[in-house]
Design a protein around this ligand. Sequence first.
Ligand code: SAH
Length: 463
Amino acid sequence: MNLPIEKNGIYEMRIDGMGSNGEGIGRIDGYAVFVDGALPEELVKVLILKTRKSFGFGKLLEVLEPSPERVEPVCPVARQCGGCQLQHLSYKGQLAYKEDKVNEDIARIGGLQGVKSLPIIGVEHPYRYRNKAQFPVGCNKDGQVQIGFYAKRSHRIIDTPVCMLQNEINDNIIQLVKEFLEEFKITTYNEITHKGLVRHILTRIGKHSGEIMVCIVINGKKLPKCEILVERLQQVEGVVSVVLNENHEDTNVILGQKCTTLWGKDTITDTLGGIEFEISPLSFYQVNPLQTEVLYRRALEMANLKGDERVFDLYCGIGTISLFFAQHVKEVFGVEIVEEAIVDAEKNAERNGIGNATFEAGAAEEVIPRLYREKGITADVVVVDPPRKGCDQQLLDVLGQIKPEKIVYISCNPATLARDMKILTEMGFVAEEVQAVDMFPNTIHVEAITMMTYCGKTPKNDG
Ligand code: SAH
């Protein structure tokens, strides 16, 4: 292999782009090198760590000419921690990066030109916005308890209670749990040996209600001295629920299926757009509550409803979008795979006196085809909000048969959004516009909404 660079060599290079994980990308004699922490336009000195046939990876040693968008990270562990990939980039720069990423994926992966791109909606305060924290628990070589966050591309725990994306109240909770584990010599989980008890501490905070849930995830059935931990957590203002979650699996998935309330309520409540929601530990709930309202409002505006529509809300979680839309349409039917979330969704409809929303637990790609084939059930407007992997092909196929007037696609992964838009376009849907919304400042993640309308002409029979 004849490469223009050598492993372990030190080079100066100009960065000219940013990759999908926020890395700077530059070229040395045409050979692409990815450099974490480097920004476009910068002249940097790098140490080459790895070389592959057509690209390599470099470690940033020095920024010789900084970008005007470079800023000092607010967090002391920003470079080591895997949580924030963009703290060194100004917020304006982050927004531009995310908007470009959405548009580029739609053009490149979706093969779609000319989709109207609305300017990305950012936030006023890009820190301390998260309502949910998941702290891995482990111990160092000396047996001291470590609680914090994973380092980049690894499962090594950086022992820090402080996270600039989280609510400050977590600092107290983590300190308290740490002292408890040390005092009573309770073992922490080791991913390699699959031994040890405490795996994760999860907290959820209702932005409007102020209610806090603390969930301790253990590799076992009982947490010794848990009554003492509960007594201490009760002293933290806002804590209304302490839950034990059992996860015995050798897996990266944080929560197991079994939850036991040790004290207080089984759920916490929060309000979104004036609607009250009950959230249980296993249910998905958006992590940036202020920006979630913005996202849902934009989705509603883009759907431009008349009021007499029947709507499917697929991947509905605890029914947040369903109930948001229910006030503006004839009826909503929500589908979600997590049964606990559907229990929450039904309670949420009832508690808010919303009578035109019904729900079913199951996979969207199974429920919708079945209802369509067996009962001919269809919708005028379909909202989908799938996880990162996007929609299942079977679901897209049935949407091609149902032919709703509009599909509002909310996505947390522009690559799968673009892939699915391409499939829907081939079925006769036309992408009207796309709106990126920044739900996760300082990270590479971005949410996007696309509105597609059914025009009946597929590109093939169009020409
Ligand atoms: N719309 C909700 C949830 C979006 S997150 C909100 O805004 O809060 C995606 C949701 O899809 C999660 O709740 C997840 O449990 C659910 N899910 C994942 N795979 C699914 C599938 N195949 N069918 C239905 N729901 C699924």
